[in-house]
Design a protein around this ligand. Structure first.
Ligand code: ADP
Ligand code: MG
Length: 330
């Protein structure tokens, strides 16, 4: 539905989007008609996920449009990664305060560069006028019945995380405080241009007993695995992989909440039986993504975070208070 009078400008936008991403053979009909027609190969299942980013809630209004185009696709691909799905198609619903050609072309550049990396085709969408908000739905493919879920963690399983945690949360705090510390460009890269762990998710098919992507902090997201699986866990905080700037910040503040309740990490947290440790190490080497064992699933009903001296550490807040995430979850 068109929501403003300058239809020709929106037609231009549609034309722009039409040639923005790869042309896949399994797209019978892409942008330009009332709906896209897509072919799911026999024996495959479709994984579908949608996320919305709203200006002022999920991103600073001054974020570069190319970073925003990247991020809105990346957060969706992170959900596909957590299911072990291979990205295939996406739709994009854009609400824009006005038509700014430069802004749109930069947004498209960020979106399409990431899409090209995964041979993902944009197959449709909607463009409306209003306060800046972006919704992307992604569709991915996986062999029938092989989807990785939150509900299979078993007592005795190891708990792993990919990459490092807390970088995006620290970037957000530094940005808010105007703190231009050492390592800031790398931290901002983690906040504005997260890398979805798609290869890791695909490689974990058939091994992992449960997987989730960490968007709201390890404590909350591992908590979802525990709840869905009906188990508990203990995590050794000193095993959590940290980048040098986050290590430096922790030394100063001694506050773990940034790291395990901060959010926007877009790493994967997964569980599997200890018998697979060698396979995890070889997957990690093959795809070039670190996978660190941080804890173990047990029969208790909650998550316990252990400090290096063996004492329990409890976060003061389940979500990091500066982020006002209660109305902005993904
Ligand atoms: P309709 O009124 O039938 O929904 P639109 O004018 O909204 O038609 O869209 C025309 C075509 O352009 C459709 O194929 C639609 O999927 C596509 N389209 C519109 N906006 C976008 C967008 N932001 N990204 C990708 N495709 C879009
Ligand atoms: Mg429409």
């Amino acid at each position: 539905m068109r929501k403003r009078s300058d239809i020709s400008e929106f037609d231009l936008i549609n034309d722009y989007f039409a040639c923005m991403t790869a042309q896949r053979e399994d797209v019978a009909l892409g942008i330009g008609d009332d709906a896209a027609l897509l072919r799911v190969p026999q024996g495959m299942e479709l994984a579908v996920s949608v996320d919305t980013l709203v200006a002022g809630v999920h991103f600073f209004p001054d974020i570069s449009p190319s970073d925003l185009g990247h991020k809105v696709l990346a957060v969706n691909l992170s959900d596909l990664a957590a299911m072990g799905a291979e990205p295939a198609w996406a739709t994009l619903a854009l609400t824009l305060p006005g038509v700014d050609g430069l802004w749109i072309s930069e947004f498209c550049r960020g979106f399409s560069e990431l899409a090209a990396h995964y041979d993902l085709q944009l197959v449709g969408g909607d463009t409306t006028s209003g306060p800046l908000s972006i919704t992307v739905q992604v569709q991915g493919l996986l062999p029938m019945g092989e989807g990785l879920t939150r509900s299979g963690a078993q007592v005795g399983d190891d708990i792993y995380v990919t990459g490092t945690l807390g970088d995006a949360a620290l970037a957000l705090v530094c940005k808010r405080d105007g703190d231009d510390r050492q390592g800031m460009p790398q931290l901002l890269e983690r906040l504005d241009r997260p890398i979805p762990r798609v290869e890791a998710g695909i490689a974990l098919r058939g091994f992992a007993s449960s997987v989730i992507d960490i968007s709201d902090g390890l404590a909350a997201d591992l908590g979802h695995i525990l709840q869905s699986s009906g188990v508990g866990a203990s995590v050794d905080l000193d095993r959590i992989p940290l980048s040098p700037p986050v290590t430096a910040s922790l030394k100063k503040t001694n506050d773990w909440s940034l790291i395990i309740a901060g959010g926007d990490d877009y790493e994967l947290c997964f569980t599997l039986p200890p018998v697979h440790r060698d396979q995890v190490a070889s997957i990690s080497r093959r795809i070039g993504v670190t996978m660190t064992r941080v804890g173990v699933i047990d029969a208790q009903t909650d998550l316990r975070c252990l400090l290096p001296d063996g004492s329990l550490w409890s976060p003061e807040h389940t979500g990091y208070e500066h982020f006002s995430r209660s109305d902005g979850d993904n």
